[in-house]
Design a protein around this ligand. Sequence first.
Ligand code: AVI
Length: 369
Amino acid sequence: MNGQRLPREAGAAGIDAAFAAAVLEGLAQPQKRISSAWLYDRRGSELFEEITGLAEYYPTRTEIGILEAHAPDMARPVGRAAVLVEIGSGSSRKTPILLRALAEPHAYVPIDLAHDFFLASAHALAREFAGLRICPLVADFTQPFALPDALRSDARPRLGFFPGSTIGNLSPGGAIAFLRIMAGALGPGAYMLIGTDCTHDPTLLLPAYDDTRGVTAAFNLNLLARINRELGDKDGVNDGDSESMDGRGAGGERFALAAFRHEARYRRERDLGRIEMHLVSRRAQSVRLCGRRFDFAAGETIHTENSYKYSRDDFRALARAAGWLPEECWSDARQRFCVHLLRLSPHAPHPRTMRRAEPPATAPSSSSF
Ligand code: AVI
């Protein structure tokens, strides 16, 4: 399962305009920041896949264990001939568990931006579940979207599926906005199954986001490699050999990956905890991108990811703020991970007519991803 992604739009020079804007704007902030959505180019997606198999990264195997133990209980309330709508496709190990538990599922709608593996995993499911209609939808799930025409006016039950705790990569306000978008797309009476990491123990969290094999570090640093590849001025890499008068690297340089290191931090503010990923500059240096110069002090960071960890009750409160009713929650024996079943009232007003909810009072003020 991949993290959230944003739309791509290639500019005249072959540069992805949205990526360029996000990087240039993010690096100009007092706390430099780039959304975690941009971690997932092809190499980033491969590295994330590797992370999910690491001994330290407990969320994936814990969630799979919960799904394997409780999928029939999750599927029962939804009923026969449901339409399964998965956000951010590619969770090839989790989707079949749910599809096998659903009674005669009618259709599977994986929603993602266009990627090769998006279609490949849909084809693999088509082979296993003969007769299941597979309707891939290329859409940005952070913006309102509609189900494919053939399913929109269909009265069959609908189940949204957002596993992997990817909702934790949105800010709490962003998570509420996302749940409202899902309410608009799925319609009254729909269900949603959402995986959330509810661990608050830093001795478990920090190794999960800074593993001994360095895969998470490579995943984070790959963002700089991507920036170099897609946006860097072509005249050199800042490898520390060339120093200008002020002791920084000379202009015209891309990121030197060795001049940055990965760092995972755990932050807890009031009731809400999150892991943050940062790229720390090992020394004072300058980087030039798209004709602009960005200076880094030694120790200065680029904040690249938030991963919010919600207690069971905090997530339920967040779901309610978005108009969803928490129905049930399944967890593992150590209470590390939750899979929530939410439902929209069959008489729910359309989300656009609902009062806009504010993020829970516990949201850290800097949660802008
Ligand atoms: C995709 N997402 C839920 C992962 C997480 O745990 O926040 C991304 C990740 N970042 C570092 N390791 C995994």
